[in-house]
Design a protein around this ligand. Structure first.
Ligand code: RB5
Length: 179
């Protein structure tokens, strides 16, 4: 452990630095959103990320009253494309509806995952900017593993970048009225 200070107030330099710098940012901001099916899991993931030093902006519902997941998907997606958040995490019952909705926002590449391998590869190959999962599908420990795998991975660029560009070209052709 790299420490500074006298014995009675030793400071763990690496830990402090990791809290303030994540992936080249001064405190990485994660926008999180959820519907009524995922309030507990949202709270647990939010606390987990905050403990790791991330800033988490909560866009989700905090009650179990039935609500509409597309509203929360759109809030988080716009926070990501607008720069308020660096990345987004969305949780509903299955992760399916909320990820489909997020993918309708220009610039979003949302993935729904039930295991860590796809989450990691979705960052490395597809440069996903939103991770979704289902509170009725996976447990909290699997959710944490998926979140870790996703956040720790880096986009590889190169041939994968060319393919992501092709994905985004589809979106541009649609926006420009080509079909
Ligand atoms: C809500 O009942 C449920 O449909 C929603 O959480 C999600 O699973 C939709 O994809």
């Amino acid at each position: 452990m790299l420490t500074v200070g006298a014995d009675y107030y030793k400071i763990d330099v690496v830990k402090i630095a990791s809290i303030f710098f994540r992936k080249g940012h001064i405190i990485m901001k994660i926008g999180i959103g959820n519907d009524h099916a995922a309030v507990d899991m949202k709270n647990e993931i939010k606390a987990y990320l905050e403990e790791k030093g991330y800033e988490v902006i909560n866009f989700g519902t905090d009650t179990d009253a039935s609500c509409h997941y597309p509203e929360y998907a759109e809030k988080v997606a716009l926070a990501v494309t607008g720069g308020e958040a660096d990345l987004g995490i969305l949780i509903c019952g299955t992760g399916v509806g909320i990820s489909i909705a997020a993918n309708k926002v220009e610039g979003i590449r949302a993935v729904v995952c039930s295991e860590p391998y796809s989450a990691k590869l979705s960052r490395e190959h597809n440069n996903t900017n939103i991770l979704a999962f289902g509170a009725r599908v996976i447990g909290i420990e699997t959710a944490k593993m998926i979140v870790d795998a996703w956040l720790d991975a880096e986009f590889m660029g190169g041939k994968h970048g060319a393919r992501v560009d092709m994905i985004m070209d589809i979106e541009k052709r649609k926006i420009h009225g080509n079909y």
